[in-house]
Write a protein that binds this ligand. Structure first.
Ligand SMILES: Nc1ncnc2c1ncn2[C@@H]1O[C@H](COP(=O)(O)OP(=O)(O)O)[C@@H](O)[C@H]1O
Ligand SMILES: [Mg+2]
Length: 332
């Protein structure tokens, strides 16, 4: 089978089709596309905490730029790996380049991409930051190549441009608009979409819309957390969801929500791993998979302090059990 780049005049892409509609992000998509169309921008890194929507934004940008890259847009997921040495072979494989004789993947990649107008979307680069220098070399050898990278951290290489991905648009709780206007905020819209996916008869009403807005604000407009919170409408109306109306419990809800995520590689293991951090003011959330595959979560401040699920530790190091949240069957 000929490699994909061998078909010189065929524009290709392997971008996965999204399963849900993109909410908001009009300005970010336009801004990132404009940056990548700029001749001087060769490497653009979408940064932000886990779950803020980097991958989703990158995929949308890649789709929008298909007409700008005559040789295609190639999505290269790096989440499953932690070995920086595998980055170049993984890119080559995503492009359909096969091993040939003694030549290294780096050689083959440079030889085949050198003249191509190609956009590579490298997803989850924070796993393999040590490979950043290899991207510099690739860009130097392939003058028409551009890289769009998603990463929790910048790569710190020459010529890198950073685009910090903001949370979804949120209403101001101090000046909440009328119910109908609230649904125009992307965070609220995402909650409604996800709630309706979980419970088809779910509707925004004057009775629940303020609670929804408040949950979105307390989750800092983070799409992943909003998706997971909205799925709970199967069990509870938004007005009854913790931590509605109760500030200290926000950390607990966030922790519980984030920790209901499966590990990205689906494995279970004994030691807690950091699965989210940052937008909630330096709280760190850990997940541990028990031998039976059950998940328990801990939130910590500082990271060494761990408390069982539903406990959380204040900034001053005081720990207290939180009464507003009970782990439910849905948390696994
Ligand atoms: N603008 C958006 N509209 C709809 N869903 C979104 C949006 N942004 C993110 N999501 C969803 O939120 C979740 C987390 O987004 P993702 O792009 O994977 O975050 P990140 O790559 O920053 O960890 C995914 O399920 C994604 O589909
Ligand atoms: Mg991602």
């Amino acid at each position: 089978m000929a490699d994909r780049l061998g078909q010189l005049n065929v524009r290709f892409h392997n971008l996965p089709a999204p399963l849900t509609p993109l909410v908001g992000r009009e300005q970010e998509v336009a801004a990132v596309c404009a940056l990548l169309r700029h001749p001087e921008v060769r490497l653009l890194t979408l940064t932000g905490t886990g779950g803020v929507g980097k991958t989703r934004l990158g995929l949308e940008v890649g789709t929008n730029l298909l007409a700008d890259f005559a040789d295609g847009v190639c999505f290269v997921p790096l989440a499953p790996m932690s070995d920086a040495d595998l980055v170049i072979p993984t890119i080559a494989q995503a492009l359909g380049i096969k091993e040939a004789g003694e030549r290294t993947f780096a050689d083959l990649l440079q030889a085949q991409v050198r003249e191509k107008r190609l956009l590579l979307l490298l997803d989850n680069f924070e796993q393999v930051l040590a490979a950043a220098a290899r991207l510099s070399a690739l860009l130097a050898d392939c003058p028409q190549l551009k890289l769009l990278v998603t990463s929790r951290a910048v790569l710190h290489i020459h010529g890198e441009h950073e685009f910090p991905v903001p949370p979804l648009a949120l209403p101001d709780l101090a000046h909440l608009p009328e119910s109908e206007a609230l649904a125009a905020y992307a965070a609220v819209t995402l909650f409604l979409h996800c709630a309706q996916a979980a419970r088809p008869d779910f509707q925004a009403t004057p009775a629940n819309i303020r609670a929804i807005a408040e949950i979105c604000v307390r989750l800092d407009g983070l799409p992943l957390a909003i998706e997971l919170a909205a799925a709970r409408v199967k069990l509870l109306p938004p007005q009854a969801m913790p931590p509605y109306g109760s500030k200290p419990c926000a950390a607990c809800l966030r922790g519980a929500i984030i920790c209901s995520m499966p590990r990205s590689n689906g494995s279970s293991g004994g030691s807690p791993s950091l699965c989210a951090a940052a937008p909630w003011k330096r709280w760190k959330v850990f997940i541990r998979h028990s031998a039976k595959g059950q998940q328990r979560c801990w939130t910590g401040w500082p990271p060494s302090s761990t408390r069982a699920c539903c406990d959380h530790r204040s900034r001053r190091g005081r720990s207290r059990a939180c009464s507003c949240w009970r782990p439910s069957a849905s948390m696994g």
